[in-house]
Design a protein around this ligand. Structure first.
Ligand code: DQA
Length: 143
């Protein structure tokens, strides 16, 4: 399977950023976890992180005919970005949304989620292991 794992703003700061909420694993730890798993499964994985909404949109658009599935943590854009929602609908590639934290039980402003409706599933509150769970959801969907 060809999979894009896309991370949005501030996820490059994993490990340093509010570790009591997002855990102590770093972005490099996350990369290693995903690469190790994907090698075993023979997946082709592209890992991309950007703090810029336009770069995330361009990356998703560039995924047409390139990826079979997408694992996406849009960070705070989850709660604000109709543009990312529109992009996911436009490209029509199965996408699983991931959040390290329990967004449903945090601040009220995190209850708005524009991304969920464009995804085949959501994985929340499972830390970096949630990304592996998301890849497994894609495996089941795409086999
Ligand atoms: C997050 C949750 C978002 O609300 C937050 O803005 C993030 C990270 C998560 O992984 O739990 O940046 O997507």
């Amino acid at each position: 399977m060809r999979i894009l794992v896309l991370n949005g703003p501030n996820l490059n700061l994993l490990g340093k950023r509010e570790p009591e909420i997002y855990g102590t694993a770093t972005y490099n730890d996350l990369r290693k976890l995903i690469i190790d798993y994907s090698l075993k499964q023979n997946h082709i994985i592209h890992l991309i992180q950007s703090n810029h909404e336009g770069v995330l949109i361009d990356t998703l658009q560039g995924g047409i005919n390139k990826y079979d599935g997408i694992v996406f943590n849009p960070g705070a854009f989850t709660h604000t970005s109709i543009a990312l929602y529109d992009t996911l609908l436009a490209i029509n590639i199965p996408c699983v949304e991931v959040h390290l934290s329990d967004i449903e039980n945090r601040e009220a402003f995190r209850q708005t989620n524009y991304i969920k409706k464009a995804c085949i599933a959501s994985v929340t509150n499972e830390g970096i292991e949630g990304y592996i769970k998301a890849i497994k959801i894609l495996e089941k969907r795409l086999k």
